[in-house]
Design a protein around this ligand. Sequence first.
Ligand SMILES: C[S@@+](CC[C@H](N)C(=O)[O-])C[C@H]1O[C@@H](n2cnc3c(N)ncnc32)[C@H](O)[C@@H]1O
Length: 213
Amino acid sequence: MGIVEKMATRFAKGSVDNRSIQAARDAYYRRLARNVVARHVAAERSAYEDRNVLEQIIIPFILSRFEPETVLDIGREPSEAFYNEIFEDRELWTLDWDAQRARFGAPDHITDSAANLTNHFAEDYFDFVLMNGVFGWGLNDRDAIERAFAAVHVILNPRGIFVLGWNDTPDLVPVPLDQVQSLKRFTPYHFEPLGGTSFLCDTCRHTYSFYVK
Ligand SMILES: C[S@@+](CC[C@H](N)C(=O)[O-])C[C@H]1O[C@@H](n2cnc3c(N)ncnc32)[C@H](O)[C@@H]1O
């Protein structure tokens, strides 16, 4: 029996409170992410380096607190193929407009633009949508940006979370985010472990912004 199940049993017996269950779940998913990353990444990373923030803070917290059953990861590069393992046993979809990237994706992978998401997925389908390093890295056309975020809003479950990873530098911000109308449909989400609705990492002015419906 795993730690989460053990805690659940103790909770059912009344010997442990809700907060302890939550803490055990948080620790469980942090450990899971750490182990998966350790199998694939040799390099040392500082705590607030952007990849580390995503893999060791953001994803584990979302697995623990949002319990996503359906996950969409938009834009895949070689260094992320192992993310499939972090989301093992969940319904993971990946999407990238470059057909060459399909081999880094999940078994359920779509080759298309993020602007066309609603051609592939139903309303409210995903509990977690991750779009990291796509805005400003190919998703640059104003109309496509509007359509992509509008589509994410449609396919995101009302109990789900959308994480947008982007670089806050002039060359990588095709349209200032506060001028993107379709992003205004979301509610910024206070991401507790990072203390705000956006977090600026130590590297490359990489920023994570958090949204719910
Ligand atoms: C710089 S890579 C980074 C992606 C990766 N998620 C990461 O965290 O590093 C950008 C990826 O997004 C894809 N991409 C760019 N614009 C896109 C769009 N409009 N729709 C779908 N994929 C796009 C590119 O083909 C590429 O694989």
